[in-house]
Design a protein around this ligand. Structure first.
Ligand code: KG4
Ligand code: ZN
Length: 348
């Protein structure tokens, strides 16, 4: 079964063609990062206008790369939640129009849920039960899956998403936006033992995450304490390169330690309820992080888990993960109609 999927929830316009939930024939991502860079974050109105301009060229490019005719598509999938409402509407409207013109079904997919599927592309579905982790710019959450189509949320961030904390930390260190990958690169040149940053634990049995304290700690370490009126003593320009690298490495160590700690708690939680956890599904932009990837491999080895960690191009937002998950939703009986709408919040 061939599914063409559209993803437009934030600032990437993406179209992919995937056969049988597995074989990626094309995955095109038109990034808007340059349009938002000068604002230090995504500007929703700019994002939705850029989606309108890019959606049809991106669709054509995907057809060309997959080397297929639209008539060979069996269903159209679309990420319809969660995300920026104006951005989502562009993808949903396009997907519905395409499905209607080809007289084929449309399948709505949750973007956060699809991140969990990214590591299953070009592979078989791992054995369940699975523990899932989504770490992105907008979401940080763990899930229990007994079936790939049914994630149950275990814990989520009570403040910043980890990718958001990375982006803010990168701004504090003068690395620009979006800075997660740049901070990761800088951290590899630093010594993580030079600064001790807080590893968020919350209550002893909490499965939730918190990253705002870590970000604020870095802010004070870089800029000093603000005087009345909010004027800081210094900024990143006053720090030598090796000191910024040490700060980045120490920040990264604390952020990753907090994620691994919560995964260990989530595993213990599932096992205490009699579940046998066989797999670990990870997705979202921050799963591209070098230290996190290495710690996840260590955890999976120690716990005997089948780790599904996507390659770089499927960590960040893409439509292949939407198409892949849609195949399984379709097989489970899901069909959506022309009354499908965009929803800013997630259902899972
Ligand atoms: O999944 P994604 O493309 O978009 C959302 O759904 O949010 O994730 C983007 C996030 C950004 O915050 C970006 O800074 C972060 O992923 N990111 C990274 C790395 N690469 C991307 N964070 C840490 N280390 C990286 N290597
Ligand atoms: Zn995402």
């Amino acid at each position: 079964m061939r599914i063409l999927a559209v993803e437009s929830s934030c600032d990437e316009t993406a179209v992919a063609v995937v056969d049988d939930g597995r074989q990626v024939r094309a995955s095109i991502v038109a990034s808007q990062a340059r349009l938002h860079e000068e604002y230090g974050g995504v500007v929703p109105e700019i994002a939705s206008r850029a989606h309108v301009q890019r959606i049809i060229p991106t669709y054509r490019k995907a057809l060309a790369e997959a080397d297929i005719n639209p008539e060979s598509i069996d269903a159209v999938a679309v990420g319809n939640r969660p995300g920026l409402i104006g951005s989502l509407l562009v993808g949903v409207s396009f997907a519905k129009a395409l499905a209607w013109s080809l007289a084929i079904p449309v399948i709505a997919v949750d973007h956060v849920h699809a991140h969990l599927y990214a590591g299953c592309l070009e592979n078989h579905i791992p054995e369940m039960d699975a523990l899932g982790l989504v770490v992105s710019g907008g979401h940080t959450a763990t899930f229990h899956l007994q079936h790939i189509t049914e994630p149950i949320r275990l814990g989520s961030t009570i403040d910043d998403a980890v990718g958001e904390a990375y982006d803010k930390a990168a701004m504090i260190l003068g690395l620009g936006y979006p800075g997660g990958a740049r901070l990761d690169a800088l951290a590899t040149r630093g010594d993580p033992s030079t600064h001790s940053f807080p590893i968020s634990r919350l209550a002893p049995d909490s499965l939730d995450f918190s990253f705002s304290g870590l970000k604020t700690s870095l802010l004070y370490r870089v800029r000093g304490r603000p005087a009345p009126g909010g004027v800081f003593e210094r900024d990143f320009r006053d720090l030598p390169e090796h000191e910024r690298a040490n700060l980045a490495a120490s920040f990264q160590q604390a952020a990753v330690a907090a994620i691994i700690l919560k995964l260990q708690r989530a595993l213990a939680h599932m096992r205490s309820r009699g579940r046998t956890v066989r797999s670990l599904l990870v997705g979202g932009g921050v799963s591209a992080n070098s230290l996190l990837r290495s710690r996840l491999h260590d955890l999976a080895d120690a716990e005997g888990l089948d780790l599904r960690l996507p390659p770089q191009q499927y960590c960040v937002d893409n439509a292949a993960m939407i198409a892949g998950l849609a195949f399984h939703l379709y097989r489970a009986g899901q069909r959506d109609g022309m009354d499908l709408t965009a929803t800013p919040t997630t259902a899972c």
